[in-house]
Design a protein around this ligand. Structure first.
Ligand SMILES: O=P(O)(O)OC[C@H]1O[C@](O)(COP(=O)(O)O)[C@@H](O)[C@@H]1O
Ligand SMILES: [Mg+2]
Length: 277
């Protein structure tokens, strides 16, 4: 087994393990707190699921580093041999695991099924394996070095070529003072494409570009690697295109995300830039 395939297997096992913890508490009696604002939510379950993901990874890769959405200050598990080492950005060299224990916490809290547990294994700055597990749907997306699958079936992006038939997601959310940017983005997307979706989980939206359900998405804001990295990797393995608003290939420190099936990518870039004007 190569190091990459070992990491891919562990990413899948860890995402499943964390997702099962979250699924057990879904629609239960949740303890909900807000973080940066009233609508930026975290539950105790986010932390429980993250602990499970981290503990599963540490069983196979003790000493590896982690970039996680939630605080990593507590031990992975009481009897763990290692305190996990947290980093706050993706290092250029060495390995790191990027984790969002529940992407779509607002959906989760509302009892809506679209949320996922997301794990990427990154080596020398690049993802070698990414998994998005959507426990309430039972779907597991997994990207390795050469392909991406959903529940074992290989994926490719949508084959549609006519933008007037595209379904496109304007992604992200804004502070109240900047919210007209979202309005402009919806308008710019509506002017160019057939239909709009906003799903409440960035990683699920990216997975749906990889599986061809959506033709693309536009996010005009900087997002964290746990919101983006796994799904960007999936779209590339499915044959799609992912850039920033300058049309340059997306990297984990890009300040925007434009993802498409590769058809009319310039129209997606134009929609994002129009929203910023
Ligand atoms: O697709 P939408 O509705 O724009 O939602 C995107 C939002 O979903 C999220 O990916 C949800 O993330 P968390 O639940 O992990 O906080 C946000 O990062 C992002 O703002
Ligand atoms: Mg989250």
């Amino acid at each position: 087994m190569t190091d990459a395939s070992h990491r891919a297997a562990v990413a899948e096992r860890a995402a499943r393990a964390g997702g099962i913890v979250a699924r057990e508490q879904f629609r239960g009696d949740l303890s909900v707190e807000s973080k940066a604002n009233k609508n930026d939510l975290v539950t105790e379950t986010d932390r429980d699921a993250q602990r499970q993901v981290v503990a599963t990874v540490l069983e196979e890769f003790p000493g590896d580093r982690f970039l996680c959405e939630e605080d990593l200050s507590t031990r992975a598990r009481p009897e763990a041999d290692y305190d996990p080492e947290a980093v706050d950005s993706i290092p250029d060299s060495g390995s790191v695991w990027v984790i969002d224990p529940i992407d779509g916490t607002a959906n989760y809290v509302r009892g809506m099924r679209l949320w996922g547990t997301v794990v990427s294994a990154v080596v020398d700055g690049e993802p070698v394996a990414s998994v998005t597990y959507l426990p309430s749907y039972g779907d597991l997306y997994a990207a390795g070095p050469e392909s991406v699958t959903r529940d074992g079936t290989q994926l490719s992006v949508s084959g549609r070529t006519d933008p007037e038939t595209f379904a496109v997601a304007p992604v992200g959310w804004w502070d109240r003072d900047d919210r007209d940017e979202f309005g402009r983005l919806c308008s710019a997307v509506g002017d160019r494409f057939g239909d709009i979706r906003r799903l409440g989980s960035f990683q699920a939206t990216l997975a749906h570009v990889a599986d061809g359900a959506l033709e693309g998405l536009v996010c005009t804001r900087p997002m964290a690697p746990w919101d983006t990295l796994a799904g960007v990797h999936m779209i590339r393995q499915a044959g799609g295109t992912v850039t920033d608003l300058d049309g340059e290939p997306w990297t984990h420190d890009s300040d925007s995300v434009v993802a498409s099936n590769g058809e009319a990518h310039e129209a997606f870039v134009a929609a994002g830039n129009e929203a910023l004007r």
